[in-house]
Structure formats: C-alpha cells, structure tokens
Design a protein around this ligand. Structure first.
Ligand SMILES: [Zn+2]
Length: 124
C-alpha cells in the first residue's frame, strides 16, 4: 500500500506563498485536517525563526485533535529532513511537509513520523 498525504490545492499554494514571504528565514506551522485532507495551517506559536532552523517547542503544540502534521520551509534547497527534524517528527507523529527553496510546487516533500518519504496528492 502506498502511503499518501492529501492536501487541498489552495492550502499548498498558500504554504508556498508563506515560504517565499519568510525567505531567507524559515517558516513553520501546524497542519489541520478535515475528512482526511489537510485544509488549514496554523503558524507555529512561539516558533523561533532563523536562517539555521525553525525550532518547534513541543510544549507549545496546540491541543487540537485535528492537527495532523507540520510544515516548515528550508531556505537552503535541501529537501531532506535534518536530524533535528527527524527527532521532532518522531515525537509528533502524523505527516510533515518540507518546502525547500525556490518554493515551487515541485519543491514540496512529505514525510511520515519515521522520516520516510510519502506521496503527496493535491486535492482541487
Ligand atoms: Zn527542517
């Protein structure tokens, strides 16, 4: 079985926009799901944004059952999760999007909580 993450096209567009707006810094947020489709982003509260890393404070994770993943940008065009990212993914579960520079629709990668690549299905 192929694992897929489904995301609304409009949300994906918006995430690309946010990544460009935050450049050269990282942008980070949480993804909210409805009926199996990622529909909404909440920009991480208390996130630390800088050229080196977006630090998610796990104590600040919203207590929200519809949060099914995270998203953050990589301004350095490395689309692979960093060791810090993998550590965070494993704590959080769900799906994790990485959007790397130059932030075109082809620069979006999805990973599961173990850091395995996951296919992305864009839902119109
Ligand atoms: Zn990262």
């Amino acid at each position: 079985m192929v694992v897929k993450v489904r995301i609304r096209g409009e949300l994906l567009e918006y995430l690309l926009e946010l990544s460009r707006d935050f450049y050269p810094n990282e942008f980070a947020g949480f993804l909210r799901e409805k009926d199996g489709i990622l529909e909404e982003v909440l920009i991480a509260p208390g996130g630390h944004f800088g050229p080196a890393s977006a630090f998610f404070n796990t104590w600040l994770l919203p207590l929200d059952g519809e949060i099914k993943g995270t998203v953050h940008s990589h301004p350095d065009h490395v689309c692979q999760p960093s060791p810090q990212d993998l550590w965070f993914f494993s704590k959080f579960g769900g799906f994790h999007l990485i959007i790397c520079y130059p932030y075109s629709p082809e620069d979006v990668r999805a990973y599961d909580s173990e850091g395995n690549p996951v296919e992305i299905e864009v839902v119109p």
